[in-house]
Design a protein around this ligand. Structure first.
Ligand SMILES: [Zn+2]
Length: 132
């Protein structure tokens, strides 16, 4: 699979993944958490922010199962799921990932999940979720 290409707004997030820390951006002005990382708070338009490490526990808010590969890199991975997980902490922010350790037909909205890390190369881990 193609690896992420950090940009200025996302570099701290990916650096967190390298040390297995799920970092969520938090507005320093109004306190709103946001994900994916962005340079400006969508709530108050402040450019100031901090990072908060999530404990990585939450529930499946929504999911899909992808059956048709639209990129050569995913051809060997279908069917796979893409899940939107709402974290218990960090303001209940939503993060998009995959749920592993569970058959796709076992996924349910509301399912409790916890963060797990998948080592993808020597310097990067990617965040996934597994049933609690
Ligand atoms: Zn704000």
């Amino acid at each position: 699979m193609p690896l992420p290409a950090p940009e200025p707004a996302t570099a701290a997030f990916w650096e967190g993944c390298a040390v297995r820390e799920l970092r969520i951006q938090k507005c320093a002005e109004c306190g709103t958490h946001r994900h994916v990382p962005a340079p400006v708070c969508p709530h108050c338009r402040s450019f100031d922010h901090t990072w908060e490490a999530s404990q990585g526990v939450g529930h499946v808010f929504s999911y899909i199962v992808v059956h048709h590969s639209v990129h050569p890199a995913t051809a060997d991975h279908v069917p796979y799921n893409v899940a939107v997980v709402q974290l218990d902490d960090c303001g209940g922010v939503f993060v998009t990932s995959n749920v592993i350790g569970c058959p796709n037909d076992g996924l349910r909205v509301g399912m409790r999940v916890r963060l797990v890390w998948e080592q993808v190369d020597a310097s990067l881990s990617l965040y996934r979720f597994a049933p609690v």
